[in-house]
Design a protein around this ligand. Structure first.
Ligand code: NAI
Length: 506
């Protein structure tokens, strides 16, 4: 399908944070852009803010002044809807309100020709519901940019029930032409990113509530072991707790209170207190002048007399850790066994979703210390570990010393099911697998959306495959048994993969 021709004007309605950014993207792609806002002066202010943003690029020598001048010439603030009649694509980015958006769309249908594509940047309203009263709902499509639109690569192209396939395809091609990474999704609550990402916040909030460790340590573990760009508490402080909590509540209610999306009382407390994050000066962290961010909990340097790591059987993903330890000069010997490591008194294994205490009892192995998942054990700067209640303090020290030999900072957290990164990744995979099962988007688009929209180090479904076809299913089954909650029920596709002995992509 062809993208919108560059000589076709684009209209953007609403010149706020998103509208101005979208206007910039369209103008950068060479379109003439009409910018309209009901607030007097807002469209001109939007154009000024684009000029200010891009002037920085000119000052740094990254853009020619003449290119900026001609780009700004292409952006025309307008004050009447009738002035955008010639636009080939109209993108609305006005206030997030169903009735106000519906009324705007009705006016647009009166003004625009039948060939004009109408797009909405809504982040939470059903595209199907927005199209319900339109004369031609087949030409309405979601075009969900992320903030800031000029910088974020992802555009979710959302098909409502009535959206014509060729309209969605044309908007997809247009977004790609504009240098974005588009994905196609059906109009379901949260679309892809705002749905699949819920566990990233929810599981850390829950671990915090269960006093597994503190927020700064959870953030550090997810960054340094999980390779996520930001930890969930830093990120929600940046997004604003009012906004993040409202999205969670909206997705929770839209899915008929499925406990998988249950909002957190910890976050509600922050909202109630007005601790909204950076914008209010206080969230999980203080942003007051001179405030220092606390340090993550990190074990002090341990020594251990042992000089040999014994690898019993196939340690699975921990094999990369063994390689790192071996490269650091530690002697490694291998023998048969259930996929565990022995060092001094410690018996170490990758978490399988059970608490260390439970697994130590089941395996009659008192000195069990469980290790968290790392995105890349070869590069991880930190790893979380949790010890069984039965473990000796010597075993805990020895486990710590082993990880320190690999050059890792160690965060010894309380014994909770699935630790931190494993639990987060497993629940993200679960949500992604359900979204795929329900036809929200293709598996490739779900993975792409999570990488391009949130900078995840890997798409959840690909990540699951990399861990082996059954690991995530096992982890979720165990977490579900620990809590006895439906929230952790493994997705059908994970269960199917397990029996088919294959991954999502294989
Ligand atoms: P904003 O409040 O910064 O801007 C909205 C603008 O629309 C305001 O300038 C307002 O005067 C104008 N407006 C309101 N009603 C209007 C009408 N009937 N006609 C013309 N102009 C009107 O809001 P923001 O953040 O730019 O959001 C706009 C849309 O984008 C919403 O649907 C929001 O859900 C969506 N969105 C927001 C994201 C964000 O991170 N802020 C991310 C992705 C989507």
């Amino acid at each position: 399908m062809q993208p919108l021709a560059t000589d076709m004007p684009v209209a953007v309605i609403g010149a706020g944070a998103m509208g101005a950014g979208i206007a910039q993207v369209a103008a950068q792609a060479g379109h003439r852009v009409f910018l309209l806002d009901q607030r007097e002066g807002a469209a001109e202010a939007g154009r000024q803010s684009i000029a200010k943003q891009l002037q920085r690029r000119v000052d740094k020598g990254k853009m020619e002044q003449s290119a900026l001048d001609s780009l700004l010439d292409r952006i025309k603030p307008i004050s009447e809807l009738s002035e955008l009649a010639g636009a080939g694509l109209v993108i609305e980015a006005i206030v997030e309100d169903l009735e106000i958006k519906r009324s705007l769309l009705a006016n647009l249908e009166d003004v625009c020709g039948e060939q004009t594509i109408l797009a909405t940047n809504t982040s939470s309203i059903s595209v199907t519901a927005l199209g319900a009263n339109m004369k031609h709902p087949e030409r309405l499509v979601g075009m969900h940019f992320f903030n800031p639109a000029p910088l974020m690569a992802l555009v979710e192209v959302i098909k409502g029930l009535a959206t014509a396939n060729e309209i969605a395809q044309s908007v997809y091609a247009t977004a790609a032409q504009w240098g974005k990474k588009p994905v196609i999704a059906t109009s379901t609550p949260g679309f892809i990113v705002n749905r699949v990402a819920r566990p990233f916040y929810a599981e850390s909030l829950r671990l915090l509530q269960e006093q597994a460790t503190d927020s700064v340590t959870l953030d550090a573990v997810l960054r340094e072991a999980g390779s996520f760009r930001m930890g969930p508490f830093e990120l929600t402080d940046l997004i604003g707790h009012d906004v993040n909590y409202a999205v969670t509540c909206s997705v929770f209610n839209a899915y008929y209170q499925d406990t998988r999306f249950l909002p957190s009382l910890v976050q509600k407390e922050l909202v109630d207190a007005g601790h909204l994050g950076r914008k209010s000066g206080q969230g999980f962290y203080s942003y007051a002048e001179g405030a220092q961010k606390p340090e993550p909990a990190t074990a002090g340097l341990m020594s251990c007399d042992a000089d040999t790591l014994i690898v019993e059987g196939n340690p699975g993903p921990l094999a990369a850790l063994v390689t790192r330890l071996s490269a650091s000069g530690l002697k490694v010997i291998e023998r048969d066994g259930p996929g565990r490591l022995r060092f001094g008194e410690a018996v170490l294994a990758l978490t399988d979703g059970r608490m260390a205490t439970e697994r130590a009892a089941a395996d009659a192995c008192n000195n069990l210390v469980l290790l968290d998942l790392a995105f890349d054990y070869d590069k991880a700067g930190r790893l979380a570990m949790a010890a069984a209640d039965q473990a000796s303090s010597q075993a805990v020290n020895d486990a710590c010393a082993l990880l320190q030999k690999a050059g890792m900072a160690v965060s010894h957290i309380a014994d909770r099911p699935g630790l931190v990164v494993m639990r987060t990744v497993a629940t993200l995979v679960n949500e992604a697998a359900d979204a795929a099962l329900h036809g929200v988007a293709s598996m490739g688009d779900i993975d792409l959306a999570m990488k391009a929209g949130l900078n995840y180090p890997e798409g959840p479904l690909r990540w699951s495959d990399d861990l082996g076809f059954s690991l995530v299913h096992t982890v979720l089954t165990h977490i579900q048994q620990s809590y006895g909650e439906d929230r952790y029920r493994p997705a059908l596709l994970l269960r199917k993969n397990r029996f088919a002995e294959k991954g999502f992509y294989s």
